[in-house]
Design a protein around this ligand. Structure first.
Ligand code: MN
Length: 746
């Protein structure tokens, strides 16, 4: 490592006059584009960089320092960052590539600069190291970004210059850099609203990845240029006249989309370039600001549509409702001369700068790095949130979701109070609920969209008004994971599920220790593990979990270990088909009563109503459900995510009832099981042991019958929900000699 004393004094560093000239150009660019410029700092940074890289060359053969100089120019001109960022850009490769240390940077330029350079060095390390998986890379990239936003913005500039000079690299490297750029940097730049940089990054990588398609589009654009320009001029002329008459100060021009976005449009529509009508857009930029500016945009919009007939369905108002990266503009498509469709964008100069330079322009308008715009703050919160949960599966999923959240179109949905929320496409009421507030998401039991109950998994559409119905007793259902699309909803649901399980395991462990101590039982973990296997638990965790959940009685475990398991509480009697049938009917009558009481229909607890639990989706307490009145008057209860649900909800909405589970505790559902197996000694004992182990299983009766070595038994019981019953069935099936366990009269 080089110490500060080893760096020659400024005067001793001899600089090639050509580079002195380039430094002056950079400084003048800074003065034009930045609010304040500490020229001395930028000069010192340049000299240090020049000296540190004095022996390095770019692949092109140029002096290495030309690269940081270009990057600094992009930072100043195209991103419009502050002077510290420009100085940092000059030094961005110094710690990574030369023997200068971070300490030296800190001594010379202070803590902020050191933090930024450190972040840049770390990101570089992430990208050059091949052994890390991509998800891990992205996570680290985010980590450094979250520490200082400028790190990532400078990185964009660095990547942009490297892409501009990519031809000097060997082919394999070119492909690798280009796909990294297309997969990661361009979407990220888009998320930051850096439109100009995003477009150039896309085109540069597209050119490397698919040169043929790229050249085809570029050539065709050139061939059509003359004709297109004439058309644009003809379109603009009368409009410009009108605007002048009305006294607007403005700039108006036709702008061709970037090559890659034309390519994507061709792919999406499966059409050749000649049939893509919106390869250019007319942009009107107004020289007015603030409130006045907004009004002017609307006035201009009305002038445009006076002149050219609009297609109403193509109108987008991003002024009242900006995109989440801050983009504001009015978009409309009109019929131009010859009936051709032309997109027109109207915005003020300020909106235009934000549109082109994104977050950095916000920065400039808000003055000061603390006041990053609210959306960006939320985005960073999202990133931090993610970094707090660095589980490997999360990291893997991150890349997927990250890209999803970046590129997909957004939708806008309203709360009943009329507040507007921006969500990614594919978002469901659950995503909406979590976006409103974590608490709302956690307690969400149902949703009304535009006044109608819908399944929680239903995709929302732009303009939907969404009312979330909550209950304090509700907690997230693990299967929500299957349909939510926002990271927040996903991570909260997963965190909750894991936490619940962890708590139950811990509680179970505690309960077991207490029970064991009371019973004066000495048992090693190893021995307990064996017992767990004997009892068909996959592992100790599951055993503790079931104890904690009250599904398995620790006393029974003690008894089992001491070898004196005792069935209790059930009467075992010889089977008598007639009395069995009678008992069963009585039992079902009673059960029907209990089950109905478990439902609240349209806000009232229901009794004596004919209710049927749909067999297509088997609703159990806790599920989101709705009622469907059949022709015979029976209310069929379906889960909201039942595959038949959307059909019923949409096409037969008038027969839908708002249904909720009542919050009565200890609601029990009736079930009767038939067991078949081989007749062997101890069978009844084994069965009753399994059942009595399941604490909350309330057994009404057990009857058994044996004939020719075949054992058959019937158990009538009450369970709290279907999951409970299924667990019991699984447990019974594991008993030696049992061949089948069936729901009675199913
Ligand atoms: Mn670099």
């Amino acid at each position: 490592m080089i110490q500060a004393s080893a760096v020659p004094q400024k005067s001793e560093i001899e600089i090639d006059p050509k580079y002195e000239g380039r430094l002056d150009a950079l400084l003048s660019c800074c003065r034009t584009h930045l609010p304040t410029v500490d020229e001395n700092m930028i000069r010192r940074a340049f000299r240090l960089s020049y000296w540190a890289h004095r022996n390095d060359r770019r692949e092109s053969g140029e002096k290495y320092v030309s690269h940081p100089l270009r990057v600094a120019t992009i930072v100043a001109r195209d991103i419009g960052l502050d002077d510290i960022s420009v100085a940092a850009a000059l030094l961005h490769d110094v710690v990574e590539d030369t023997e200068l240390s971070l300490d030296l940077i800190q001594d010379e330029f202070g803590d902020t600069m050191a933090t930024i350079i450190d972040g840049l060095t770390k990101i570089e390390g992430v990208f050059s190291s091949q052994k890390l998986g991509q998800a891990e890379n992205v996570r680290k990239l985010m980590l450094s970004m979250a520490s200082d936003l400028r790190v990532i913005l400078i990185k964009f500039a660095d990547r942009l210059h490297n892409m501009r000079t990519i031809e000097a690299l060997p082919k394999k490297k070119q492909l690798q850099k280009a796909s990294e750029t297309q997969e990661l940097f361009a979407p990220l730049a888009h998320r930051f609203g850096l439109f100009t940089i995003k477009s150039e990054l896309e085109d540069l990588s597209f050119k490397v990845l698919d040169p043929e398609a790229y050249t085809h589009i570029v050539d065709r654009l050139e061939e059509m240029a003359e004709q297109r320009e004439a058309y644009i001029a003809g379109f603009i002329e009368p409009l410009a006249e009108h605007l002048e008459e009305e006294g607007f100060e403005f700039e108006i021009k036709g702008r061709v989309k970037n090559v890659y976005s034309i390519h994507r449009k061709m792919q999406r529509k499966n059409k050749p370039i000649d049939e893509i009508y919106d390869i250019f857009a007319i942009r009107v930029i107004l020289e007015s600001d603030g409130r006045r500016g907004k009004e002017d945009c609307w006035r201009v919009y009305s002038l445009v549509t006076d002149l050219y007939k609009p297609l109403p369905e193509r109108f987008r108002d991003f002024i009242s409702v900006p995109k989440s990266n801050g983009y504001q503009s009015l978009h409309t498509t009109v019929f131009g001369p010859g009936g051709r469709r032309v997109e027109v964008q109207v915005r003020t100069q300020e909106m235009h700068e934000v549109a082109e330079r994104g977050v950095a322009a916000h920065w400039k308008y808000k003055e000061g790095t603390e006041n990053v715009d609210e959306e960006m703050e939320r985005f960073l919160e999202w990133v931090r949130d993610l970094l707090e949960n660095p589980e490997p599966e999360e990291a893997r999923e991150f890349v997927k979701e990250f890209r999803l959240n970046l590129y997909d179109e957004e939708i806008y949905a309203f709360t009943p109070q009329g507040d507007l929320l921006t969500l990614p496409q594919g978002a469901t009421p659950v995503d909406f609920a979590f976006k409103v507030h974590t608490e709302v998401g956690m307690q969400c039991i149902g949703a009304k969209v535009n006044g109608k109950m819908v399944p929680l998994s239903q995709e929302l559409e732009s303009g939907d008004q969404v009312e979330i119905i909550t209950s304090e007793k509700q907690s997230p259902s693990p299967d929500w994971i299957n349909f939510v699309v926002t990271h927040k909803a996903r991570s909260r649901i997963r965190r909750w599920t894991n936490e619940e399980r962890r708590k139950a395991v811990e509680l179970g462990k505690e309960m077991w220790t207490k029970t064991k101590d009371q019973a004066d039982l000495e048992i090693s973990d190893q021995e307990l593990q064996e017992v767990a296997h004997e009892l068909k638990f996959p592992d100790l965790q599951q055993l503790f979990y079931e104890i904690g959940k009250g599904l398995y009685d620790p006393d029974e475990l003690v008894d089992h270990i001491k070898g004196n398991a005792q069935p209790e509480g059930q009467t075992v009697e010889e089977i008598d088909e007639e009395s069995l049938q009678e008992q069963y009917e009585q039992f079902l009558d009673a059960a029907q009563e209990t089950e109905t009481q478990a439902l609240v229909i349209d806000g009232e607890v229901q009794k004596g109503l004919a209710v049927n639990y749909a067999s297509c989706c088997n609703p159990i307490p806790g599920d989101e459900v709705f009622g469907f009145v059949s022709k015979t008057g029976t209310v069929n209860i379906h889960r909201c995510n039942c595959q038949n649900a959307s059909d019923l909800l949409v096409n037969k909405a008038d027969r839908i009832l708002d249904v909720d589970w009542s919050h009565q505790k200890d609601v029990q559902f009736a079930a009767a099981l038939r067991l078949v197996g081989e007749d062997r000694v101890g069978m009844v004992n084994d069965i009753t042991t399994v059942i009595s182990k399941n604490l909350k299983t309330n057994i009404r009766s057990i009857t058994i019958d044996t004939e020719d070595g075949i054992f058959s038994g019937t158990i009538m019981l009450h369970v709290s929900d279907l999951e409970h019953l299924q667990r019991l069935i699984e447990r019974l099936k594991r008993i030696d000699g049992i061949q089948g366990v069936y729901r009675f009269k199913e």
